[in-house]
Design a protein around this ligand. Structure first.
Ligand SMILES: Cc1ncc(COP(=O)(O)O)c(C=O)c1O
Length: 404
């Protein structure tokens, strides 16, 4: 039975919403995007949500807004050091490098697959020049918001959250992606909510929100609520063509927002389905050599909100890389898609390996290596049927048998 990692995730009402937009003839950013942004801001309990064309663009725009703000001093001047996790996504890290900042990789915690916050504290105690934390809430899990805020208070850091994988998760009622200065979201296929490609940024900071409006659209002033101020300060420039920040074209389309609005209605039930799948698989494998990473968050209702299960991370507790590859091959033979945890140890990827000496960075991240050599991911999509979930559970047990 096929168990793909990603699924289309569209219902008839999503498709109808998309077709309705095509009929209006208003295709690029407009009313539907504004409506989706308001709905997302309300869902996340945040002041501003700015939609863009991908989660990667969201990360890029966040860093741009802090490196080259349209007014005032940059919060992250060129050369600022920013902590990132050793298991990351490329486009969490690249905007930091591309925009003249320095990533400082820190090892991960094998229980969460996110930054090891104790290790982060040790690094910060040694290096007081670090200016920001760019965390990832990994694969559905909201990291410890209290400790993150404490670290930022103790060391005067800016908290940035790559929340492209964990929409809907929360810490003590505060949604992942809204704990710090700005948080990014991805609406790519197989995520909790999909707009085909798509993403966005949540922030409570008015200035950052204004600059994100400009950055996503050529640097233009026209969609900013403070555009009158710019007109008064620059009377010699045609106000319709005034550019006030660095510019990209990373705008979303109306069709994406219409699908997003339709999907948002089903988000709570989709998250609940993912939690059910995670609980079922945990119960199936808990007495075996496989461990579902994050299963602690299935215990109580309060803990349940911490995790929205983008994919299932399965750690083979007794394995070396050879066993891991053989487990993954066995699953693939049963038509169950597998993949490594994000990039594995990102510092060991060719693109980074050649750059590390120029950045003066090492690549000694033992926990990231251990996870890369013992852990694989399988689907936890809300579209999976009961039969698919049962087959997944049985297969995970079957492939551990000798002579399978
Ligand atoms: C942690 C993380 N950041 C960023 C992204 C990029 O998102 P997108 O594919 O929408 O560009 C992803 C992709 O899923 C991701 O997992």
């Amino acid at each position: 039975m096929k168990i793909p990692l990603a699924s289309l995730g569209f219902t008839e009402s999503d498709i109808e919403a998309a077709i309705d937009v095509l009929r209006t003839g208003e295709l690029t950013i407009g009313k539907k995007v504004a409506e989706f942004e308001m709905a997302m801001a309300e869902y996340l309990k945040v002041k501003h949500f700015i939609m863009v064309n991908s989660g990667s663009s969201a990360n890029l725009a966040i860093i741009e807004s802090l490196v080259r703000p349209s007014s005032g001093e940059p919060l992250l001047p060129t050369g600022s050091r920013v902590i990132v996790p050793a298991i990351a996504w490329p486009t969490t890290v690249w905007p930091i490098i591309q925009l003249g900042l320095e990533p400082v990789f820190v090892d991960i915690d094998q229980r969460t697959l996110g930054l090891d916050l104790k290790e982060v504290r040790k690094v910060l105690e040694k290096d007081r020049s670090i200016k920001a934390l760019m965390i990832i809430h990994p694969l559905g899990l909201c990291l410890d918001g209290e400790e993150l805020k404490k670290l930022c208070e103790d060391f005067g850091l800016i908290l940035l959250e790559d929340n492209c994988e964990s929409l809907g998760s929360a810490f003590n009622g505060e949604m992942a992606g809204t704990l710090g200065k700005a948080g990014s979201f991805s609406f790519y296929f197989s995520h909790h909510l999909t707009t085909m490609e798509g993403g966005g940024i949540a922030t409570n900071d008015f200035e950052v929100a204004q600059d994100l409006q400009s950055i996503r659209s050529h640097g233009w002033s026209r969609n900013r609520t403070d555009h009158k101020k710019w007109e008064l300060e620059n009377p010699e420039i045609d106000s319709r063509f005034m550019f006030v920040s660095a510019g990209y074209n990373i705008r979303p389309m109306e069709i994406q927002a219409a699908i997003g609005l339709s999907q948002l209605k089903r988000l709570p039930e989709n998250i609940q389905r993912r939690q059910e799948i995670a609980r079922y698989i945990h119960n199936e494998i808990k007495d075996s050599k496989f461990e579902l990473i994050g299963h602690e968050y299935l215990k109580s209702d309060e803990e349940l909100n911490r995790h929205t299960w983008m994919l299932l991370s399965i750690r083979a507790t007794d394995s070396n890389l050879k066993d891991l590859k053989s487990y993954m091959r066995s699953l693939e033979n049963l038509e169950i898609d597998t993949r490594p945890p994000l990039t594995g140890n990102f510092t060991k990827q060719p693109a980074l390996k050649k750059l590390l000496p120029t950045l003066g960075l090492g690549n000694n991240y033992p926990v990231a290596d251990k996870i890369s050599g013992s852990t694989f991911l399988v689907a936890c999509h809300h579209d999976l049927t009961d039969a698919q979930v049962e087959f997944l559970g049985q297969s995970l047990k079957l492939i551990q048998k000798k002579n399978f």
